[in-house]
Write a protein that binds this ligand. Sequence first.
Ligand SMILES: [Zn+2]
Length: 586
Amino acid sequence: MRFSQDFIRKVEDATDLVGLIQDQGVALRKAGTSFKACCPFHNEKTPSFNVNPQRGFFHCFGCNVGGGAVKFLMLHERVSFVEAITELARKAGIALEGESGPRKRDDAEEGMACLKQAQTFFCQQLREPGGEEARNYLEERKVPTALQERFALGYAPDDWQGLLRHLQTRSIPNGLVVRVGLAKTSERSERPYDRFRNRLIFPIRDPRGRCIAFGGRILGAEDGPKYLNSPETDYYHKSQILYGLYEGLDSIRRSRKLLVVEGYLDVMRLHEYGIGEAVAPCGTALTPKHVQVAERYADVVTLLFDGDEAGRNAALKNARLFLASKAEAQVVTLPLGEDPDTFLLKNGAEAMRDLLADAKPLLEFLVQETLSRMPDSVQGRMRAVEELVPLLAQIPQQDRRQLTLVALADQLKVSPEVLLRKLPESLHSENENAKPIHPAHTESSRTDEWWVVQALLAQGQLWSLARQYLLPEEMQDTRLRHIYSRLMELPPDLLHPLDPSGVERQDPELHRDLAPLLAEDFLERNLESQFRWSVRRLKERSLKLRYQEKSAGLVEEDRLRAGMELRRLNAQLQQLLPQVETMQAP
Ligand SMILES: [Zn+2]
């Protein structure tokens, strides 16, 4: 379902964010013009979760989540965008847009009901005489009944119409069964047939426990892929679903840890042995979306891999994905020839815990793996540098990049300058001016750049002045310069007035960077004059810098000429911002 920009705004504007968050059990305390609390999304003792009611924005300076009312509800109740906005609209007494709204929602519920019926059917079939082969397989693999039940395992009968016929008796139309990914339509006869036949069935559940898809393991000597998974549907987006997340939610919430493995059975076995943090991607390699999901639930993510060549390669690939993650990532490699399932059966939980306790930090793992494939020589080391430096460029946060660069240099036993020289030019200056992690959080960081950006966020009409006078290069604070230049590229209707949820759709990364600014305690008094002064000081500073650059090492005559140019530009500046001339500098 799609909602218009206006509708989303209307709903968010009508929502009392502070009330909403309090209703969800978060103890907000007033602090200045904003509210503070211990963050509901990560474990902490000192409050770093901020809510700015005027702007309808929240942000946690600890775990960096932030957004408006819709975002809060999505994260806290773990509901979809559509569900969150529907609930808020209902609360605010705003009718959903258009006629299609309610009908679409009924559709969504019908689909969920169909998936649930299918899950029940598969479970029953596992206990029927026809499910004998599947039961034998589970016995062979030593999967106890209690574990089968916890993961709601099932069996799809060896029948082209088994599920379809069953669902027909429940008045579920074939078209819906196809739409939720459980049946396919034959190209020749145009008749639908069951997608899963004679397979052991693993239901895939969303974090709320609703079955959204299935994975099926082949039985006996059948043809076809070993594992078959539901296709992408309206309910199932495989790049963001982690198998075992729902089943392990209690342990994961308690420990804020995740253990990423490869197979369904590995996940089940780890849960059986009391390691409920185990999850796996569903029939796909790990994606950046998975990383985002993981960091929402966990502060520490451990990647557990088989000890063979394929396992090491997968480990390298996935480790790179986590390099830019907010979560602390580490890697554990199993002994050669083992997977988590066989390792646990052979050695038990204690041995597994020892192995996990010995996890290698991500970076150390990457460096060691890379070095191990290179000759032990200066040339080998340089090749490792060539291979590892591009990874740095993939880390979007400059502070993180800077710290990683230093750590990487340390691991490789080279000086940071060697790595810095290999980085693309565009990333250099940022590294050299790296700022502390949360510069916007402290009073002293309220620089002219900060005021300019805050004023622009609060009063969209100031953009015309900004565009006229202030180039991004004239900002020295690299974080705010980056934000400023990316805001500049947005369509004006997102800026005037600022539309945070629109920005999020257009440029999610920018939205993330804006969140701390938007949640900050911030008074809008005298904003425009503050803005003009700040622009002017930034201009002056950049002119002075230009003069210094020009006059450095020049002969006296050239220096005089540069000085004259500076004065000329300064005079221009006075004209550019006439309003500020008549005022006292703050
Ligand atoms: Zn937090």
